[in-house]
Design a protein around this ligand. Structure first.
Ligand code: FAD
Length: 282
């Protein structure tokens, strides 16, 4: 089996353009899906690509390199808006999975239960897709087309995830529900990011995962929160509107009715976790 682990993006893109190679990051989805002891066919391992490393903050915002592990995300000194993303990073699989697995791999694998998606949606994240033909950026919502389907072209690599500086305002939170506390795929999860001023909601970003083919933002529910006083936050979230926006399915983890019932509560908990303590809510 031919195994290539290039050190730079130019070489990685050239190998990708040749076609026929499976892209490998942490391998935590890929090997599980292979159902064999080893990957078959030529492999393009992207974990050594210099341009895909790191978790970095700059004036433009946050950049997660395409080879950045969940552990790197969890340990990075990030603003409170990223608290939901970092909470998700700490509950993906186990420590071993977090050390090997990448956020980019989680996105490209495009599971409806991918834990990175709701918090990244609340951060208005974009993916940077690069090939020898050029670079394009897509909003995360436009990249994820359905279960196991993305807009990634056969010659592209997901080189980075970007969060614009404007979306790094406020406080984020993440709530995950599984059949047990650890090492579990989500039955449902919710992420929130709240910007508050003068004791009232300036803006709210809410997203739910594992309750529709692709995790989604709840725009109408968000809009209804704007201007509401913090003291009414719990009641301001309309559970019926939240449930109506979802289209859960029955699967081995839970049935659709259960998901529809728990999703608004997960959202409410995430939202309340974003609210500053009363004495600091100025
Ligand atoms: C025991 C176990 C527990 C798990 N628990 C969770 C959990 O709690 N929550 C959760 O969301 N997931 C979970 N997962 C799934 C998995 O760990 C994550 O989705 C992880 O983030 C995948 O990243 P990876 O780097 O291992 O991807 P890989 O397996 O290397 O790749 C996944 C897919 O993405 C492609 N790919 C990877 N990187 C790139 C890139 N940069 N550009 C283009 N294509 C790329 C690969 O070709 C492949 O199709 C679990 C998996 C296991 C085995």
């Amino acid at each position: 089996m031919s195994y290539e682990r290039p050190a730079d993006l130019a070489r990685a893109l050239a190998l990708r353009a040749e076609g026929g190679r499976v892209v490998l990051a942490g391998g935590t989805d890929l090997l599980a899906a292979t159902r064999a002891r080893e990957l078959r066919g030529p492999v393009l391992d992207v974990t050594g690509v210099a341009e895909m490393q790191g978790v970095t903050l700059s004036a433009e915002g946050l950049r997660l390199g395409g080879a950045a592990s969940w552990t790197a995300v969890a340990r990075a000194p990030l603003p409170p808006a990223c608290a939901g993303l970092q909470a998700a990073a700490r509950v993906v699989g186990s420590t071993q999975i977090q050390n090997r697995g990448t956020v980019a791999g989680n996105l490209v694998n495009a599971s409806p239960a991918a834990d990175s998606v709701p918090p990244l949606l609340t951060l208005d994240a974009e993916v940077e897709l690069v090939s020898l033909r050029g670079t394009r950026r897509l909003a995360l919502g436009a990249f994820l087309l359905g279960p196991r389907r993305t807009a990634l072209a056969a010659d592209e690599l997901l080189v980075a995830v970007h969060v614009p500086a404007a979306a790094l305002a406020g406080q984020g939170a993440f709530e995950k529900l599984g059949a047990r506390a650890h090492l579990v795929i989500s039955i449902g999860m919710a992420a929130a990011r709240l910007v508050v001023a003068g004791g009232r909601v300036v803006s709210a970003a809410l997203a739910v995962g594992a309750c529709s083919p692709v995790a989604q933002r709840l725009g109408a529910v968000e809009a209804a929160l704007v201007g509401r006083p913090l003291a009414e936050l719990g009641e301001a979230l309309d559970p019926a509107a939240a449930a109506a926006a979802l289209s859960p399915i029955d699967d081995v983890r839970a049935d659709a009715g259960y998901r529809r019932a728990v999703a608004p509560e997960l959202l409410r908990r995430a939202l309340l976790a974003c609210a500053p303590a009363p004495e600091t809510a100025l």
